[in-house]
Ligand binder design. Sequence first.
Ligand code: ATP
Ligand code: MG
Length: 260
Amino acid sequence: MGSVIDFKGVDIYQKDLKVLTDINFNMNKGQFVYLIGRVGSGKSTLIKAINGEIPVYTGDAKVLDFQLNGLKSKYIPNLRRRIGVVFQDFQLLTDRSVHDNLLFVLKSTGWVNKYEISARIDEVLAIVGLSEKMDSMPYRLSGGEQQRVAIARALLNDPEIILADEPTGNLDPDTSSNIMKIIHELSKTFGITVIMATHNYNVLKNFPSEIVKCEDGRLMKTVMPSEEDLKNKLIKFGLSKGYEYELVYQTVMKMYGPQF
Ligand SMILES: Nc1ncnc2c1ncn2[C@@H]1O[C@H](COP(=O)(O)OP(=O)(O)OP(=O)(O)O)[C@@H](O)[C@H]1O
Ligand SMILES: [Mg+2]
């Protein structure tokens, strides 16, 4: 009951490469899970499988009321309409305004009534606090503002799930916090299920939620190690405290996340 994503014994491939093996992954309505793991461990691959971008052949994979195993391509747009996606690089259409970016998505997902379209665009921009930027071109916006537009776009069709693949990857710490507040608030207010891949230790620390780790082709629940534990690990690797240690620590965190 309340299960929005339910994977049992699922293997996920990128072409011929088996990236994730025997995945058991269940998420309920409104749950917020971070996906961590080293570069290339399969975070984006899992997100793409949930979104129907990568086919699933083995095990039993359900997302909302869709069975992903053998899902016919004609049903994929129906699945995608109920999932909002947010990426590291925003992926806005650069040749048109914020309003027209949103209009494009609504039109291509079947909206026709211009009053409803206009009202929905107003609503989603208000949710992310960007009403006054409706007529701006994306290149006139800061990274954080562009990411808020991308979140507004993800919300247009009232998604039950948000898949966020390193949404703070291109943002500075303050802007990242701002974006994290919005995403957490969405999950709470609208009961949206959120899966967010991240390498950002500060995000995990400042906005705590459940954590699932991709490692050696497996997916497992984990808890965040304390900063002290992490720093002690670095010392074990032969780094003594000091300026360089701080630099290496920051870099390691950025590259590998808290599970190096
Ligand atoms: N389009 C593709 N074709 C073939 N192999 C791919 C493709 N995309 C990813 N892979 C491989 O699948 C594995 C998992 O990649 P994935 O992008 O899921 O990792 P990730 O955890 O998201 O990494 P990152 O932290 O860099 O985003 C890697 O070995 C990668 O080389
Ligand atoms: Mg990735």
